[in-house]
Design a protein. Structure first.
Length: 209
């Protein structure tokens, strides 16, 4: 039996969780569901995805899940010990993703198909402005390094990489050669390819059921 259940919609922030589990080599099962349906709402009152079920323990919010898994299975590699400066830098990048880098594609999605139609607005100019500032900040913070913190892949890179894939998927322009080169390398990781394959298979199985 898989130790973990990753609950959410394939292709969403669920991929942060499946990617992390693939990096760790931990067994897991994908439970596909849609936002606000009974499956996810029973785990998270907001109806938002993803969720991780670890036996009797349930955790929501993709960043919290990724951090929990890193602490549990790879505290010296995919993250760093709590209270260290390296850990603080990793967490700073994770928070940056949530507060700045993923905001533009999420704002675009909200106003295209998430919000009730009466509340949707044309926010393309705001999205372009916010993304330009976020990309500029990310380029400066990366400083030409191959990884966000230190000389190894960590959860900071996973979070940045997923948000970057989301930006690209929303057909938004990342106007930085350095950031694009960084994302190309991070998104080429075999664990991400395996996670996407697992999600596609789970989605197909659900559709066939």
């Amino acid at each position: 039996m898989p130790m973990y259940k990753a609950v959410g919609m394939p292709g969403s922030r669920l991929t942060r969780v499946t990617w992390m589990l693939e990096e760790l080599g931990e067994p897991y099962e994908i439970v596909p569901c849609m936002p606000n349906d009974a499956t996810i709402s029973a785990l998270n009152p907001s109806g938002k995805m993803p969720a991780l079920i670890d036996c009797e323990f349930t955790l929501v919010d993709s960043a919290a899940i990724v951090s929990y898994l890193a602490d549990r299975h790879a505290p010296e590699t995919l993250t760093a010990p709590s209270g260290t400066r390296e850990r603080a830098l990793i967490e700073s990048f994770v928070y940056f993703v949530q507060s700045e880098f993923e905001v533009p594609p999420w704002r675009k999605a909200q106003n295209r198909f998430v919000l009730p139609e009466a509340l949707r607005r044309d926010v393309d100019d705001v999205v372009a402005y916010e993304l330009g500032r976020a990309v500029g900040a990310l380029e400066a913070r990366l400083g030409g390094r191959a990884f966000a913190v230190g000389d190894r892949f960590t959860i900071a890179d996973l979070m940045i990489g997923h948000a970057g894939a989301w930006v690209r998927g929303a057909r938004l322009s990342i106007g930085s050669d350095a950031v694009n080169a960084y994302l190309d390398a991070i998104l080429a990781r075999p664990a991400l390819a395996r996670a996407r394959e697992r999600e596609a298979a789970a989605k197909a199985a659900q559709a066939a059921a």
